[in-house]
Design a protein around this ligand. Structure first.
Ligand code: NAP
Length: 267
């Protein structure tokens, strides 16, 4: 259990509210959430005040950390209002593609950590990769790790450019797993299984495999080999998926495309 400082959360949408739920579990003392949406009112509760705009933050509230969880396209209009905390608070941004330099320019400076979480944060099973900007102290890095760690695993990279492949792999990763689930379901119905059984099989196979991986000390490769008897049915399927290295090559190409897109959208 960590002692959480006074927090200011800017944007209480999907990601912001997942973080807030994690902090609540960690024993949050006081937080102010800024979010104009009607839905965000529901986030108010013990120690948590929700306001519609930066101008409504209670005057005596001094945040030690400001978490920026608005959409990247809202950054230019939303961020300058928080520049007044730049001298005292640590800023943690989870906005995709918003660089340390870009955020610093909008805030007029400050200690900034840029992080890329993913949606399993909503069930405390996320992975967040973070990069600290200049002027972030060891204590602030520890604070960022604790705050981001409330929704799952946290890792750090020293080079900000690595957040582009991180965005491709773990940021978008849940989508690839969901696509695999969809494809399994579609294949099952195409092979004659009833729709509800196809859905159950696809979902539970992905959920069960993830749980098995979480519970096992084995590598994913060893777990795969354990399901694959030589000359058996799974081996036959894997032979098709890996023919001419098709699946591995395609996947790498997809990750390169996402990395490139992340670079192009950065600013
Ligand atoms: N979802 C992901 O997989 C994922 C992964 C990694 C990083 N991220 C990043 O996380 C951030 C939030 O994403 P999300 O999916 O949580 O988006 P979201 O659900 O749309 O949440 C953003 C929230 O901010 C509110 N908002 C809009 N303008 C604001 C302002 N000026 N001040 C304060 N709040 C404002 C929005 O209200 P309205 O709805 O009324 O506009 C909404 O409630 C994004 O920057 C995204 O790049 C998301």
């Amino acid at each position: 259990m960590i002692a959480l400082p006074n927090l200011l959360l800017v944007g209480g949408g999907r990601m912001g509210s997942a973080l807030l739920a994690g902090w609540r579990e960690q024993g949050l003392s006081q937080a102010v959430v800024v979010d104009p949406s009607e839905a965000a009112r529901a986030l108010a509760g013990e120690g948590v005040t929700v306001v519609a705009g930066a101008e409504d933050i209670p005057p005596g509230f001094v945040p030690e950390a400001v978490v920026l969880a608005v959409k990247p396209q809202s950054a230019a209009s939303a961020l300058p209002a928080y520049g007044r905390f730049a001298g005292t608070a640590l800023f943690i941004s989870i906005m995709a593609g918003k660089t340390l330099a870009g955020i610093g320019a909008l805030l007029g400076g400050g200690a900034i950590v840029r992080a890329m979480p993913n949606t399993p944060a909503a069930v405390r099973q996320g992975v967040t990769v973070a990069c600290a900007g200049q002027g972030v102290s060891a204590a602030q890095r520890g604070l960022a790790g604790a705050l981001l760690g409330a929704t799952g695993a946290v890792a750090w990279v020293d080079e900000e450019a690595l957040l582009d492949p991180v965005t491709a792999i773990s940021g978008g990763g849940p989508a690839y797993v969901f696509l695999l689930t969809e494809l399994m379901e579609q294949a099952a119905t195409a092979l004659g299984l009833p729709a509800d059984l196809a859905r159950l099989m696809a979902r539970q196979t992905v959920i069960g495999s993830a749980a098995l991986m979480a519970a096992s000390a084995e590598t994913p490769e060893a777990l795969r080999v354990a399901v694959t008897s030589p000359g058996g049915t799974t081996a036959e399927a894997l032979k098709v998926l890996r023919a001419d290295d098709a699946w591995p090559k395609n996947f790498l190409e997809a990750m390169k495309a996402a990395t490139e897109r992340s670079r192009a959208l950065s600013g």
